[in-house]
Design a protein around this ligand. Structure first.
Ligand code: BLA
Length: 504
């Protein structure tokens, strides 16, 4: 990698080799020998890390916390390269202070992670039930989730941050201290949370920075081995991100991953103006509430999909019936053009069949449709082509002139691409308000002798008028179009079979 070209996604955050001040780590290899220890373990074990490295793990366990020996042993069972094994949390006392000890196996290593337990208010089962009901009954699930989490962790600002298809993100719900400005609706660029961080946040669901100014401590290893901290809850966070938080006026930050169908859908991101610790029990509760909200979201989505499906089925039956009765497909499709458009909230539809072009609603004239059809056929091989900014991207090249649409979806009925349906949508001018101008700041790093990306210093609202783009085509809309394609194909097949049998 050329250092002069350093990118945000190049930083290997899971190999930072440091932990936060709130705890320490011991790491053992498959022979049960300690091959990694945090520099700050001395403060609690009264033994410097150098005396611990290389020792038998079991001796250290027996000396300091014999009652967790079974969990430590079980973390060694089934160690494997890629998966987390047997994560267990126990409470232990060190120097008369309570700690959580999390043990787990990963990457052919066993991790013992100690984190201070703070006196904290743990909600009762009664309030846990109340939280679940609040989320269950809310008209806005994410707003309810923010309120519940704000109550559990006591942060100034708790937001639901949703990723868009272009990987930028937006605050879609918020619970904020009354005297602070709201961030609701603000957009943030993709590079605020780079790709490697997003990949990690699918595996490990929460990260806390209780104080951006606290010191961090190196994890020393035998033979300078690299330790993968993907599953560590006390891993030191990226210095670039700490700078980001400082620039944003936050001293503490915590986020919880929102995973939908195995993908990072968004984050619950929380900021606090002063340093603030969140106990492991509160973090686990917030993760639980987030998963509860996701389940509720998925069941509501399912209801919406079922409803849509029911309407589509009725429409399909009507269309199918007509296709069976009438011999000609084009007149049937023409008579259903309005519904075909309305189902996917399109403004116009074109049916292209061999040399004939039929246009409906706000579709462009047939000569223009012909040009677009030929262009897509020439440049794209797939059966479905969809674009929200077709005119911006190709209008000039195709000399489209003044047209009344911005985006389109083209679906080919057959492999010859001579029979196609094209749905059109008009532009929707929107104002995007960004939290600071979304451009990366490059600063010169003397030590590296290179330009490195750094966070922006201003988060003042920066407005952008988005023009020439139609609303996005959703998955369910594309699915509807595919079903219509299938229906037409079946009808064509039936007709060719009928003709064949007539000729026998
Ligand atoms: C991580 N950036 C993050 C995280 C959030 C954000 C939530 C996860 C860590 C945490 O919970 O604190 C960003 N925080 C936000 C956003 C909102 C918020 C968008 O509250 C909106 C409401 N950041 C930059 C640049 C780079 C960068 C230019 O601005 C890279 C050069 C990097 N952000 C960056 C990195 C991480 C990060 C590397 C990972 C931190 C880690 O896990 O170590």
């Amino acid at each position: 990698m050329s250092v002069s070209n350093m990118r945000c996604e190049d930083e290997q955050i899971q190999f930072c080799g440091k932990n936060q001040t709130i705890g320490f780590l011991l790491i053992a290899n498959t022979e049960m020998r300690i091959i990694g220890a945090s520099e700050n373990c001395a403060a609690w074990l009264n033994t410097p890390y150098s005396d611990i490295l290389g020792n038998e793990l079991i001796h250290v366990v027996q000396q300091f916390f014999p009652h967790v020996e079974k969990d430590v042993q079980s973390a060694f069972n089934g160690l494997s390269e890629e998966s987390l094994k047997n994560r267990a949390v126990q409470e232990v006392m060190l120097n008369d202070r309570p700690f959580y000890l999390t043990t787990y196996g990963y990457d052919n290593r066993v991790y013992l992670e100690f984190e201070q337990k703070h006196p904290t208010h743990i909600p009762s089962f009664i309030s846990l039930y109340a939280y679940s009901q609040q989320i269950e009954k809310a008209t806005d699930i994410w707003e309810a989730l923010c309120s519940c989490i704000a109550e559990v962790i006591g942060f100034d600002r708790v937001m639901t941050y949703r990723f868009h298809a272009d990987k930028s993100g937006q605050v879609i719900a918020e619970k904020v201290r009354e005297d602070l400005d709201s961030y609701l609706g603000l957009h943030y660029p993709e590079f605020d949370i780079p790709q490697q961080a997003r990949a990690l946040y699918v595996k490990h669901l929460t990260r806390l920075t209780s104080d951006i100014s606290s010191p961090t401590y190196p994890i020393h290893t035998l033979n300078n081995e690299q330790i993968d901290l993907s599953f560590s809850t006390i891993r030191a966070l990226s210095p670039i991100h700490l700078q980001y938080l400082e620039n944003a006026g936050a001293q503490a930050s915590i986020s919880f991953s929102i995973i939908v169908h195995g993908e990072l859908w968004g984050l619950v991101t929380c900021q606090h103006e002063t340093a603030k610790f969140v106990d492991l029990s509160q973090r686990h509760l917030a993760v639980f509430l987030t998963q509860y909200a996701v389940n509720r979201y998925l069941s509501l989505q399912k209801e919406i999909d079922l409803n849509f499906n029911k309407q589509v089925k009725e429409f399909e039956l009507a269309l199918k019936e007509k296709l069976i009765i009438k011999n000609e497909i084009l007149p049937v499709l023409s008579s259903f053009a309005k519904q075909l458009s309305d189902f996917v909230q399109a403004d116009g539809l074109a049916i292209r069949h061999k040399e004939a072009t039929l246009v409906f609603g706000d579709a462009p004239d047939s000569a223009t449709v012909g040009k677009i059809h030929a262009f897509i056929n020439k440049n794209h091989r797939k059966m479905i082509y969809s674009k929200e900014s077709f005119v911006i991207d190709h209008g000039e090249e195709l000399a489209l002139g003044d047209v009344n649409f911005a985006g389109l979806v083209k679906i080919d009925i057959d492999s010859s691409k001579e029979f196609s349906l094209i749905w059109f949508r008009r532009e929707q001018v929107t104002e995007r308000v960004w939290a600071g101008k979304p451009t990366k700041v490059m600063t010169y790093d003397q030590a590296l002798q290179a330009f490195v990306p750094s966070p922006r210093n201003s988060f003042d609202a920066w407005k952008q008028l988005v023009k020439g783009v139609s609303p996005a085509w959703t998955e369910i809309e594309i699915y509807f179009m595919k079903r219509i394609r299938q229906l037409i194909r079946e009808s064509l097949l039936r007709k060719s079979e009928e003709i064949y049998s007539l000729n026998q």
